[in-house]
Design a binder for this molecule. Structure first.
Ligand code: GFB
Length: 311
């Protein structure tokens, strides 16, 4: 039976982030009361504070979009933040949700939960079948733990807590800091700066050969709301775009949109990470959900946002 959001008190944990911001935008037409707490109001790593805030604000549904996130270098160099802070944030919210009787909760993971050499595209049942990619194993372990925690609350207490696994995301509100961002916003900044400086080339990390799938964040938000209303299973659900590109191809498209006409060069001292990371989203597609924003169109929208808000 569908879960109705209308009239409910819905907490978007992490509403200031790219994903949480998109979920808030998507929820605005749903007739629910959207609850938000800034970091200054609530530190999600502190259990007692989370308990007090949730007991006071009484959410009936929760989206967990709060997490320490970042690109390949940030993941590889800040293992404590990615493991410990994420475990604390998700543990505090999920455990307290049960205590204060939250009816429905959605935890968001990441495609890096799957084995480094998982068969492609990666279906949900590839979960826990092999070793992880070393550059993001700390983040992956935290996300794996969150999925299992939702499953545990379902089994032991009959809670309707579910998990969605998004692919690589991009869009308005992204992180454009070159040392901690993901590849797509990084390439946008690099192409933009190279165009303004009239540089002959821009530098990509690694070999440019890894394959990645990219989903526009407003599509992700739409899928999250769709699953919150329509899905109640123990197994997590992949949320992907459906096709991938090499990092070189991505850079060419970004350069075209930005208007940078120079060459691409490669910094082989930086890691490639997973060779290919394409989700099998057949399960979600069979429920009736598909993405709307194509890669080129999404890059153009994200670049327009960057020019207005972050350049
Ligand atoms: O997006 P990204 O940082 O993370 O990098 P992952 C994807 C690919 O793009 C890697 C290459 O092969 C990078 O080496 N790349 C090329 C660049 N140029 C750049 C650049 O200027 N900046 C960045 N950041 N990359 C992350 C995981 O993996 O993806 C997380 O570490 C999470 O755990 C997230 O799963 C979605 O796709 O490799």
């Amino acid at each position: 039976m569908a879960f109705a959001l209308k009239g409910k008190r819905v907490w978007v944990a992490g509403h200031r982030g790219m994903v949480g911001g998109a979920i808030v935008r998507r929820l605005e037409g749903e007739g629910c009361e959207i609850l938000k707490a800034t970091h200054a109001e609530l530190d999600l790593t502190r259990q007692a504070d989370v308990e007090a805030w949730m007991a006071k604000n009484k959410p009936e549904a929760v989206f967990i979009a709060a997490a320490v996130v970042g690109g390949i270098l940030a993941n590889d160099t800040r293992p404590v933040d990615f493991l410990t802070d994420n475990l604390a944030i998700q543990n505090n919210i999920i455990a307290t949700a049960h205590k204060v009787d939250v009816e429905k909760l959605m935890f968001l993971g990441s495609s890096c939960i799957y084995p480094r050499l998982a068969p492609q595209p990666m279906a949900e049942n590839t979960f826990l079948t092999g070793p992880l990619e070393p550059t993001n194993q700390w983040y992956a372990i935290a996300k794996i733990s969150g999925i299992m925690q939702c499953q545990a609350y379902r089994r032991q207490f009959g809670r309707d807590y579910i998990s969605g696994m998004p692919t690589n995301l991009y869009g308005p509100g992204d992180n454009f800091d070159l040392m901690s961002s993901h590849v797509l916003p990084a390439l946008m900044v690099k192409a933009h700066r190279a165009k303004l400086a009239d540089d002959k080339s821009m530098v990509l990390w690694g070999s440019g050969k890894p394959l990645r799938e990219f989903l526009y964040v407003d599509d992700l938000a739409d899928a999250c709301v769709f699953l919150m209303k329509n899905y109640s299973g123990e197994e997590h659900v992949n949320i992907g775009f459906g096709s991938d590109v090499t990092i070189r191809e991505l850079a060419e498209t970004v350069a075209e949109v930005v208007g940078f006409k120079g060459a691409l060069s490669y910094d082989s001292t930086k890691p490639d990470g997973m060779p290919k990371k394409l989700l099998d989203s057949a399960k979600l597609n069979a429920m009736g959900w598909t993405p709307k924003v194509g890669l080129r169109e999404g890059i153009a929208k994200a670049y327009a946002w960057y020019l207005k808000n972050a350049a």
